[in-house]
Design a binder for this molecule. Structure first.
Ligand SMILES: Cc1cc2nc3c(=O)[nH]c(=O)nc-3n(C[C@H](O)[C@H](O)[C@H](O)COP(=O)(O)O)c2cc1C
Length: 356
């Protein structure tokens, strides 16, 4: 029987994936406090639904950075989709395009930007880290521009790599035949060989630049005309600084609980960030979104849209492109139902009083 919700997709995926791959996808940093909090905090928020508002006709679409998407859920950047299925990131790109939403492509993909961008004509953004090697960083920027990506998503919650203990225990590495494809041009497509512990953590330690400051965001603006979206903000002062430094949007994110364990649940951080941003740029949020009602809660608390990470991976593992597409469509139909039951005909009618 087909899974009827996102949690059931995870159950199917768990049965199909290699243990190391499941642990890598599912895991969080350290004790998993933030990983669990992201999901649980949604469960604690009631929706004060409204009645008798003629919700016979509804429109779930929303605009994000000039792009109209079919509903306010986008695909978060997640690494290594070919651990889940043979077509990997290409399957995800097709699924996102069919569902009418934006895919944020990860730098750490098993398929090069050019191939993912060409496989489906849906809108794509490219997620970037500013590496110690600024030449390699700029090369990725150019390739994203030339491939038609419409925004850069700069991930900034990774000064150092979070300690994901399952990956340490599993000596996590990529199976033969899979690489960090986008970095092959710089001979950085493989993790260091023969080390104990997480090979990805060792790779990240060599690449990431812990000395980054706001000046590096300015540097990036100077290198590209693409809008730069800042991902990984939870503090209102950082949100304000992001706007001052020209970010086109802010993503409230704790990297799905994979970086600082004890970072707040993102739905709890969202209201203070939205208030700090004051409507100057769109605020997006990711982490723990598993139900259509979660999307309503995020929008009521000030988000323009949300992103989902792991559920897409579960869909890919369960049934490739079709699975990822069904995950998005399930969430869309749940969101549409929740809108109706909340008395909202359009996304614009989802407002703060719904969460009191
Ligand atoms: C397996 C996995 C890989 C990820 N890889 C990246 C990445 O390459 N770049 C990035 O900015 N965020 C990455 N993230 C974080 C996601 O973009 C997103 O913040 C997070 O998954 C949202 O939480 P959710 O999985 O609960 O939906 C990754 C998350 C997971 C689970």
């Amino acid at each position: 029987m087909d899974p009827v919700n996102l949690a059931e997709y995870e159950d199917v995926a768990r049965g199909k994936l290699a243990r190391e791959a499941y642990d890598y996808y599912a895991g969080g940093a350290n004790d998993g406090i933030t990983l669990r909090a992201n999901v649980e905090a949604y469960g604690k928020l009631p929706l004060y639904h409204r009645v008798l508002r003629d919700v016979a006709a509804r429109d779930t679409s929303v605009e994000v950075l000039g792009e109209r998407i079919s509903f306010p859920v986008m695909v978060a950047p997640t690494a290594f989709h070919r651990l889940a299925c043979a077509h990997g990131e290409c399957a995800t790109a097709r699924a996102a395009a069919r569902a009418g939403t934006i895919m944020v492509m990860s730098t750490l993909s098993n398929t090069v930007i050019e191939e993912v961008a060409a496989v489906a004509d849906g809108p794509k953004w490219f997620q970037l880290y500013i590496y110690k090697d600024r030449g390699a960083t700029l090369d990725l920027v150019r390739r994203a521009e030339e491939s038609g990506c419409r925004a850069l998503v700069l991930t900034v919650d990774t000064a150092l790599w979070g300690r994901r203990e399952a990956d340490v225990r599993n000596n996590f590495t990529l199976p033969d035949g899979l690489t960090v494809a986008n970095l092959a041009a710089h001979a950085k497509q493989n993790f260091p060989a023969g080390l104990a512990g997480s090979g990805l953590a060792a790779y990240a330690a060599a690449m990431l630049d812990p000395s980054l400051t706001w000046k590096d965001l300015e540097w990036l603006h100077g290198q590209t005309k693409l809008p730069v979206v800042l991902k990984g903000v939870v503090h209102p002062d950082d949100a304000r600084a992001a706007v001052e430094h020209g970010a086109a949007a802010v993503i409230v994110s704790n990297h799905g609980g994979r970086q600082l364990d004890s970072s707040p649940a993102t739905i709890d951080a969202l209201p203070v960030v939205a208030e700090a941003v004051g409507g100057k740029v769109p605020v997006l949020v990711d982490g723990g979104v598993r139900r259509g009602t979660d999307v309503i809660k995020a929008l009521a608390l000030g988000a323009r849209a949300v992103l989902i990470g792991r559920p897409i991976l579960w869909g890919l593992a369960a049934d490739g492109e079709e699975g990822a597409y069904r995950v998005l469509e399930l969430l869309k139909s749940e969101f549409d139902l929740a809108m109706a039951l909340c008395g909202a005909r359009t996304v614009g009618e989802i407002n703060r009083p719904l969460v009191m």
